[in-house]
Design a protein around this ligand. Structure first.
Ligand code: SF4
Ligand code: SF4
Length: 442
């Protein structure tokens, strides 16, 4: 009897979820304007890959799930969740929310793969365990890698070819940022501003230099910093894979840690983390306790990208260091999470245009997706490669010495694409370029 009741409850939940998805699809008027901006459609030219095609598929979601759940999953996974379709949709269809809900429903229906279960449920919630694995992998990586682009310091891992194709990788950090710095809690000093620092997984484990540059900038501007040493992932990989339970668990762990100190802003150099905290935590806030929901709402208002923090909050005067010497050409790639989700594109440009020793040059299609989409680069690496090649071609067309970005996930993709083409172009975070100037001037 108990078993039967449980089954009925799950069926009722499934039906409700299907109806909710069905309701959200009605806004699409089939105009097809999303075709022009979808990076996946731009490569495949298949209607099934653009949001209009996916919406049509989801209109029969229950049937498709019963017929071929794996096939449906594969088709839904051919999407970067870049938000280009949503930003350009004249009917305001919330495609990202639709696709996230559909993935969640599908994951609940067919279950997650064993590897994802282990990563999402047993490794990501335990940062010390994660740091241990990274430290072990960091030590062993030299036995498995092969130099791929000497100038850019990039490597290939032949053993990963079945999963990642011929991707070029930046080596893992010998020590993660959080292991190196531990818990940080400094006072607000002259600025009177205290921030919670959320470095993000990629700066923590790969681009430690980006997290260190952020600390240097905070110190320069007398900003107090709070950073627990056991902060966990923002939950975006879990959410995009449909594992909503583990997403919620990670959010709860972070909320508990962030409740340990008062802060005026939550700042991150990772555009993906900023958009995840500001948009996704907020989007699903109703599923948390009253106290947590209140905390999420406060955090939503306080969360800022680091370039936004420098320009709009600290009002840093960059004009004093305008292009002295013009020795290096820098171009900028707009991360989808930063520009399309958060509307931030002027702030990083303001910094780059005013820093000493840089000549800013705009690349064509600067806000076109680079093809980096978390697990998309692994599960759909051939597609990610083709999308990334267009970004690389646009970037090198303006002959830069440096390609700047404000999202470490995009930086990985940009480095991979440039390296695979045998280029010798630096890829740097905007905050690194600012921090370098502080060294010169101090
Ligand atoms: S642009 Fe919007 S309304 Fe038009 S087809 Fe795409 S999703 Fe539908
Ligand atoms: S989110 Fe991006 S990749 Fe996905 S359908 Fe929309 S434009 Fe295409």
């Amino acid at each position: 009897m108990k078993q039967k009741n449980k089954k009925n409850a799950s069926l009722a939940k499934l039906t409700q979820q299907l109806l909710a998805i069905d309701d959200s699809l009605t806004g699409c008027m089939r105009c097809g304007l999303c075709q022009a901006v979808c990076p996946v459609y731009g490569v495949t030219l298949k209607e099934a890959d653009v949001s209009r095609g996916k919406i049509a598929l989801l209109e029969n979601m229950a049937y498709e799930m019963l017929k071929d759940a794996d096939g449906l999953s594969e088709r839904l996974d051919r999407c970067l969740l870049c938000g280009s379709c949503q930003t350009n949709c004249p009917s305001g269809v919330n495609t990202i929310e639709i696709f996230l809900h559909a993935r969640q429903l599908l994951a609940e229906y067919k279950g997650l793969s064993g590897v994802k279960k282990i990563i999402f449920r047993f490794i990501l919630p335990h940062p010390k365990l994660m740091s241990f694995f990274v430290a072990v992998a960091g030590r062993l990586q030299r036995f498995f890698r092969r130099k791929a682009n000497k100038n850019m310091g990039m490597f290939e891992f032949p053993l990963l070819r079945p999963f990642a194709g011929k991707r070029h990788f930046q080596p893992l950090a010998a020590k993660t940022f959080s292991a190196k710095y531990g818990k940080i809690n400094t006072s607000a000093a002259k600025s009177g501003i205290k921030i919670a620092f959320f470095p993000g997984c990629v700066p923590d484990k790969l681009f430690v230099r980006v997290a260190e540059a952020s600390l240097k900038v905070f110190e320069k501007h007398d900003v107090g910093v709070f950073m627990p040493d056991t902060m966990v992932c923002c939950g975006i990989p879990n959410l995009v894979s449909g594992d909503y339970t583990s997403f919620k668990r990670l959010v709860k762990i972070n909320l508990d840690l962030l409740s340990q100190a008062e802060f005026d802003y939550l700042v991150s150099p990772c555009a993906t983390c900023v958009s995840s905290i500001k948009e996704n935590w907020f989007r699903f806030r109703k599923d948390f306790t009253d106290g947590e929901r209140l905390q999420i709402e406060k955090i939503h208002d306080k969360t800022v990208d680091i370039t936004e923090f420098l320009v709009d909050v600290l009002n840093v005067d960059f004009t004093q260091s305008a292009n002295a010497g013009c020795t290096r050409r820098v171009t900028y790639h707009d991360s989808c999470h930063l520009k399309k989700t958060l509307g931030i594109f002027a702030q990083p440009r303001k910094i780059l245009k005013n820093l000493s020793g840089l000549e800013f040059v705009e690349m064509p299609e600067a806000d076109r997706c680079c093809g980096s989409g978390g697990s998309f680069t692994l599960t759909q690496h051939a597609l990610a490669n083709k999308i990334g090649q267009r970004k690389r071609n646009n970037a090198v067309s303006v002959k830069p010495d440096i390609v700047a970005a404000a999202c470490p996930a995009c930086m990985l993709q940009l480095m991979d694409m440039l390296s695979q083409n045998g280029d010798n172009v630096e890829v740097k975070h905007v905050v690194e370029l600012y921090a370098e100037q502080l060294t010169v001037n101090s």
